[in-house]
Design a protein around this ligand. Structure first.
Ligand SMILES: [Fe+2]
Ligand SMILES: [Fe+2]
Length: 277
């Protein structure tokens, strides 16, 4: 029989004992699919010869640079998330693969910013130094809350990229369109993996998981904005161009995620009441 204390502090122990495959099975399926169907590389995965130099509106370049800035906290995302999950075999291995995929996002955006002539290598170095000087902290301390947070954040991130791609499309820069859509595809599959993992938690402890879901939603904010220089202005640009904001979060992130999890609003309200008490 499971030690009840272990089940509370390490919910994955419950899951791996009760669900065939569990996180390890989910990760293996995710990894095999990525290896067979989804791998891309920065050098020849993008039609770099089709980069345009002045076609994209400067507001949109600035927004792309803001997304790049969020991706640049990867050393903190990777170190802290893997440390938090190091005893969960499937999740720890998934996160190592996740870090690899996330690392390409910053690389490919930086490459476009420089190749398009919109930023110089020196400007990027200065930005990188400023970004790496700050440190992102985990917004939640439990593995389950961080998993729920990551699930929401990945879909919100995908939405940000997809909406940006709609605004950049008229510029006709095939390289930019390709790289944004490759990133968006990665983010969407990260979201799906996190959804599947949260479902495992729901199966093991539905009431506690819904309570954590309600708690995370009450405190949700996209990552690293407090660290990124001049975020207020960048956030306003993102909202002004209707790429992302509170309304999009509810309709395009929260509603579809609850549907994927098969959690309705009434159940969420009950969870919220419990998390408030
Ligand atoms: Fe990313
Ligand atoms: Fe992602």
């Amino acid at each position: 029989m499971l030690d009840p204390a272990l089940a509370v502090t390490n919910p994955e122990a419950t899951i791996s004992a009760t669900a065939p495959g569990g996180f390890r099975g989910l990760y293996r399926a995710f990894f095999d699919h990525a290896e067979k169907k989804r791998r891309w590389n920065v050098v020849d995965g993008i039609p770099w010869d089709q980069v345009k130099h002045q076609a994209v509106d400067e507001d949109l370049v600035e927004i792309l640079e803001a997304f790049y800035s969020v991706e640049m906290y990867l050393p903190d995302y990777s170190a802290k998330l893997i440390a938090l999950n190091r005893q969960n075999h499937g999740m720890a291995w998934f996160l190592t693969n996740w870090c690899y995929e996330e690392s390409k996002h910053a690389m490919v955006i930086e490459e476009w910013l420089i190749r398009s002539g919109r930023r110089t290598p020196q400007q990027m170095e200065q930005l990188n130094d400023r970004l790496l000087a700050g440190e992102w902290q985990l917004p939640f301390t439990s593995t389950r809350r961080m998993l729920i947070y990551s699930m929401m954040q990945e879909l919100a991130t995908q939405l940000n990229y997809v909406n940006l791609s709609k605004l950049t499309a008229p510029a006709g820069d095939a390289a930019l369109q390709k790289l944004i859509l490759l990133i968006a595809s990665d983010e969407g599959l990260h979201h799906k993996m996190f959804v599947d993992c949260v479902k495992e938690h729901l199966n093991a402890d539905r009431a506690g998981t819904v309570e954590d879901l309600a708690y995370v939603l009450q405190h949700f904010a996209m990552p690293a904005h407090d660290q990124i220089p001049d975020w207020k202005r960048k956030g306003e640009l993102i909202e002004r161009h209707r790429i992302y904001g509170g309304r999009q979060f509810v309709t395009r992130v929260l509603v579809p995620t609850l549907k994927s999890l098969e959690v309705d609003r009434k159940e969420l309200q009950i969870g919220r009441a419990r998390s408030d008490s």
